[in-house]
Design a protein around this ligand. Sequence first.
Ligand SMILES: [Fe+2]
Length: 213
Amino acid sequence: MIFEQIDAGGDRNFSYLIGDEESHLCAVVDPGYDTSKLEARVKDLGLTVAYILNTHTHNDHTAGNGVFHTGAVKLAAYKDARVHPDVHLNHGDVIQVGTQRIEILFTPGHYVDAICILVNGKLMTGDTLFVGCIGGSFAQGANTENQFHSLYDVIMKLDDSVEVYPGHDYGPTPSSTIGHERVHNPFLTRSNFQEFVWLKEHWDEYKVEHGIP
Ligand SMILES: [Fe+2]
């Protein structure tokens, strides 16, 4: 499998490239405001884009869809996503790109149509989970209770060895693992929903207290 994390401009946004060496097909995840590096990698590796995947339909994750959405390329996003996807994804769906099996986890909270994308032990978390932090849930279309459920009952059920690839480069490292985040991400060490909400509301103070940049 070819797997690359690619700078997508915006607010330290990441796009991802999932390629299959046998079929030379690929999927691009979250084409952002700047698609130049993603386009260059697709071309350099001699890949043909089969799917565009969006982790959620905030503009910084979808702005570059049109660059790739031509001909037979299919746009895949959660079934209710406002980008009008060609492929309407549900929890547990699988997208096959050549020999690569891409699994969809429905993880609403940061946004109503948020999904995480799992391929070969690598989880693209969009804005649901960052390294050392999580996405906001106070904006329109967000829901803190759903986010808590998505993090604790879906994402944290994955194996410690699963690698975490976030939608933004906000953490101390560009990627992590479920095992590392389970222990070190303050939002994943809360013992109940009330504590989780408290941390969200007091995050700025918490960061100062704990020396988190
Ligand atoms: Fe977002």
